[in-house]
Design a protein around this ligand. Structure first.
Ligand code: ZN
Length: 371
């Protein structure tokens, strides 16, 4: 859903971008208006209305972004697309109370807009709060503009307060639960409730032939699962140690062996990356999967391992936390790291093992498994 977006303006240093599909959106609503038999003036009002509504969406996102800034959280950008807006915060505050206030700030903006419109309409017009006439051609009648804006801001508030990720309601619900039960359990329950709501959307959508609602259901279901997996992965990495993914059963290759041996070992399929030792058993470097693949591709079987090895490696100990190890993998581009206990090598950690460990412990079914 991302892809190309255009910068349109900056507010308080935050770039506001519009997704390219937005252009088609106006053509589409003009087409819908025309099909419903609206007058040309009505269609122009409809497009203008869509524009004003999206300004309301931008203000909603700015509500999140500017509140986040108060807690020192920066916003990368705000992206507006036909399905809504999103403020991409660079991180989430750890304190549940801060997350709560940031999440509430968005719908609070729409509440303010609706409040001002509601008071204005009641005091200064005799139009009432609701649009009148044929709902299919609501903008043929000019005075319907503000009441419709009032109604849609109210819809935005209600929609955003549905307690399911990625809606604000999901975050509000999670933050409230976090205060008592901690983030992990809170995310689990919030994500479960989100998935139950998503399934209801899906079933209701099928039942009523409203496939957009079903599609929203699928999207919400996956978002809720993704949110829980992310939190689970964070917890796993912060709490588990190298000892949990240590591979003590590993094959070392000798520095003066031909590459053909390393290729054989790799093709047996269990290990892909190797530590390289000399005749005294001292580590001289590591042999990454990609290097072996390259030797195999070039049919370079005769060259010695010493010509392919990477001499840079960093030994770690068993007491390292997994998030520290992951960072080392990512920053240095390692694929295998030797693990030492004082001055004895006890095993290796490799990227594949770590990744499958994370995958296995954060599966999409985790949400529903009771342990
Ligand atoms: Zn929001």
């Amino acid at each position: 859903m991302l892809g190309l977006s255009f910068n349109i303006l900056r507010v308080a240093g935050i770039p506001i971008k519009v997704h390219w599909t937005f252009g088609f959106f106006f053509l589409w609503i003009a087409y819908i208006g025309n099909k419903a038999g609206m007058t040309n003036t009505g269609i122009i009002r409809l497009c203008l209305f869509a524009l004003v509504l999206f300004v309301c969406v931008v203000l909603h996102e700015l509500g999140h972004a500017l509140t986040a800034r108060k807690y020192g959280v920066k916003t990368k950008d705000i992206i507006i697309s036909p399905i809504g807006g999103v403020a991409r915060l660079l991180q989430m505050p750890e304190k549940p109370k801060q997350e709560l206030i940031i999440a509430i700030a968005g719908p609070a903006v729409n509440f303010l807009i609706a409040l001002v419109l509601g008071i204005g309409l009641t005091l200064f017009t005799n139009q009432g709060l609701l649009p009148i006439g044929d709902p299919q051609r609501v903008f043929d009648y000019g005075p319907n503009f503000l009441p419709t804006l009032f109604v849609l801001n109210t819809v935005l508030i209600i929609f955003n307060l549905i307690p399911a990720f990625p809606m604000d309601g999901g975050r509000i619900f999670r933050a409230l639960l976090s205060m008592r039960w901690g983030k992990k359990i809170a995310t689990r329950w919030a994500s479960m409730l989100g998935q139950i709501i998503a399934i209801s959307f899906f079933v209701l959508g099928i039942y009523r032939g409203d496939y957009i609602l079903s599609l929203i259901g699928v999207f919400v279901f996956l978002s809720a699962a993704a949110e829980y997996r992310m939190v689970l992965a964070d917890f796993l990495l912060q709490n588990q140690k190298v000892a949990d993914v240590l591979r003590s059963d590993f094959t070392a290759v000798f520095i003066d062996e031909p590459m053909s041996h390393a290729i054989d070992l790799r093709n047996r399929g269990i290990e892909k990356d190797f530590v390289v030792v000399d005749e005294w058993g001292q580590i001289q470097g590591v042999l990454h999967d990609e290097f072996i693949a390259e030797a195999e591709k070039n049919k370079d079987l005769e060259s010695l391992v010493r010509e392919y090895l990477s001499p840079s490696f960093e030994p770690i100990s068993q007491s390292w936390r997994l998030d520290e190890v992951l960072q080392l993998f990512q920053q240095k581009g390692y694929s295998i790291i030797p693990v030492y206990n004082t001055d004895r090598m006890v095993g290796v950690v490799d990227r594949d093992t770590l990744n499958s460990y994370i995958r296995a412990n954060t599966s999409i079914w985790q949400n529903w498994s009771f342990k």
